[in-house]
Write a protein that binds this ligand. Structure first.
Ligand code: PMV
Length: 352
């Protein structure tokens, strides 16, 4: 009837890249200059919960609420692009089966909650847009696969395309101008490497200094290191890390991860004006990882940093106590602290 409310809820996890996406070849379609690869974290750790509903009784404009605050979607081209893509797909479904309710004509209401700080370099936009796209796709009962939906989520936030799948996920940059081949693809499921763990050190829950889109544009336009990174460094690393994941070769996985994080932050420093995402506490975490690996005599843990100072440390379950214990003992009480998003002093997250 007229008053029916149609509804679907879903959660999407955060993903943390081990080969970083940094640089756009097309800013409006969010097409990257290079491929990237990430590990999807456990849904028990960082995630967005989104409910999408539509009804003839809702006010005419689509609405989006994030952590209780109404968002201005009309001024967010990215959100509008995702919603209009999803509506077109629903229209196709309705055209093929005239008995279906015309949900595409109804106003949408989207409500999202993160269980972690937004825009603090904890990949909130990735989980956010992935959850938005999945929730509306479920509401509309779209037949599209996660791979096909990744093309839509990518337009919300590039890294979001990788949060539609679990485990180890590659985002293939693609070559076509319309972006139709710029899609996420599962390289291995989480179950392929059940011993993998991640520790998130929340150095700061503040909003990041330079938003990623702006930072990327500055880097692409001004860094002389960037061209080599995109043209040859990243393609070689993509091959090498996929082999390391296939072989469950942690030392290789770890070294590529750390080098790629360092390379990404080097292009930030090489930008003009320079961009700093890591701080003194971040650098202390880098040193500690190298110290632990040196003391053990092999590579048992790896760091990576996104567009913010927080560290993500990857390691295997067998060294959990050593790695988590050392971090807690040495960096647990530093200024800036390890105050986690859930109030813990040290936030330990199991991944994937
Ligand atoms: O998806 P965006 O536009 O927030 O960019 C994310 C960029 C990094 O997190 C730094 C790297 C990545 O691949 O996730």
């Amino acid at each position: 009837s007229e008053s029916t409310v149609f509804r679907a809820s879903t959660t999407a996890p955060v993903n943390i890249a081990v080969i970083k996406y940094w640089g756009k070849r097309d800013a409006s379609l969010n097409l990257p200059t290079n491929s990237s690869l990430s590990v999807t974290l456990s849904q028990r750790s960082l995630r967005t919960l989104t409910t999408a509903s539509c009804s003839a009784v809702y006010p005419a404009a689509d609405s989006l609420t994030l952590n209780g605050k109404p968002q201005d979607i009309q001024s967010s081209k990215r959100t509008l692009a995702c919603l209009s893509n999803l509506r077109s797909l629903r229209q196709a479904v309705e055209a093929a089966d005239l008995t279906l309710p015309k949900l595409s004509t109804l106003p949408l209401r989207i409500v999202s909650e993160n269980n972690f700080p937004t825009a603090a370099g904890l990949a909130s936009s990735a989980a956010g847009f992935a959850a938005l796209v999945r929730a509306v796709a479920d509401l509309y009962q779209l037949p599209q696969s996660p791979r096909e939906l990744s093309r839509i989520a990518r337009q919300g936030s590039g890294s979001a395309c990788r949060s539609l799948m679990g485990g180890y996920v590659a985002w293939r940059s693609g070559e076509l101008e319309d972006g139709s081949d710029s899609l996420a693809e599962e390289v291995a499921p989480a179950s392929h490497w059940p011993e993998m763990r991640a520790l998130i050190l929340v150095v700061s829950a503040e909003k990041k200094d330079v938003p990623s889109t702006e930072g990327m544009q500055t880097t692409v336009a001004t860094s002389s290191l960037f061209a080599t990174r995109a043209a040859s460094v990243v393609p070689e690393r993509m091959d090498a890390i996929e082999t390391a994941i296939r072989d469950r070769d942690f030392p290789a996985f770890a070294e590529i991860t750390m080098r790629d994080s360092n390379s990404f932050h080097a292009t930030c420093l090489d930008s003009w004006p320079p961009i700093f995402y890591m701080n003194d506490v971040s650098r202390a975490a880098v040193r500690l990882v190298h110290d632990i690996n040196r003391a053990v005599g092999r590579t048992v843990c790896a760091y990576t940093f996104d567009a913010g100072p927080n560290a993500v440390i990857y390691y295997l379950d067998e060294v959990s106590e050593l790695v988590a214990g050392t971090f807690k003992a040495i960096l647990g009480g530093t200024t800036g602290g390890w105050e986690g998003p859930f109030g813990q002093r040290l936030e330990k997250v199991t991944a994937p």
